[in-house]
Write a protein that binds this ligand. Sequence first.
Ligand SMILES: Nc1ncnc2c1ncn2[C@@H]1O[C@H](COP(=O)(O)OP(=O)(O)OP(=O)(O)O)[C@@H](O)[C@H]1O
Ligand SMILES: [Mg+2]
Length: 251
Amino acid sequence: MKLAISGKGGVGKTTFAALLSRTLDEQGKHVLAIDADPDANFAAALGIENSDKITPIAEMKDLIFERTEAKPGTIGGFFKLNPKVDDLPDALSVKMGNIKLMRLGGVPKGGGGCICPESTLLKALVMHIVLARDEVVILDMEAGIEHLGRATAQAVDKLIIVVEPGRRSIDTATNIKKLAAEIRLENIAVVGNKIRSEKDEQFLNKHLSEFEILGFLSYDDALIEADLEGISPYDVNSPSKAQVEKMISRL
Ligand SMILES: Nc1ncnc2c1ncn2[C@@H]1O[C@H](COP(=O)(O)OP(=O)(O)OP(=O)(O)O)[C@@H](O)[C@H]1O
Ligand SMILES: [Mg+2]
């Protein structure tokens, strides 16, 4: 199962990705967690210690040079467009039990999309992970789907867009859906997060009628506390765990 998670900034993508990964791990699945957000905190949300010390792959200059035969930071020039990446998930992931985490990091953004050694390596890596790894793959992405090329998108089983009760996150979900359609990623579901009342659920049901709704997660102060204290949302007492279990059984 390969799942990509997206949505507007701050809606709870990383919280959901961490709850999902830890629950699947608890169920005995092997999880490969990919932090594809340059502003990374998936590792911390999983409960990995010293997560701030994990070097993002985009900053591994020697590796990028070795694999693409071009110096990171250069644009144009010649470099390998299909660098070797199949050994990287095992070599570079940080392990916590059966969960493996990789932190991709950010690549410099050029005007029309940068074709640089860093982004070429990351794209190849994400494609390999989605196409060839046999773990459950959970991709925590920024508010877009930039890491997914057309070929990779075809192999993603589901794009899960996290929304909260509010117009802006719904607009973002609609935009993400459009971008996804362009790369023919059509299996999309939404998760409604930070639900305070029946009214919130009704609001989302009403405005997301064109989406499959995978489930809802209650608003819970314990999750904010966990975030403030650097604890995984999975390691606090929260109704969200049972809610995520329900979603997994639907997947
Ligand atoms: N169900 C919830 N109830 C209460 N707070 C929540 C809930 N889900 C997430 N939060 C809080 O919302 C904040 C943002 O969550 P999170 O970092 O998971 O969002 P994100 O979408 O990954 O953000 P970013 O776009 O910055 O990556 C955090 O403080 C988190 O604890
Ligand atoms: Mg996040």
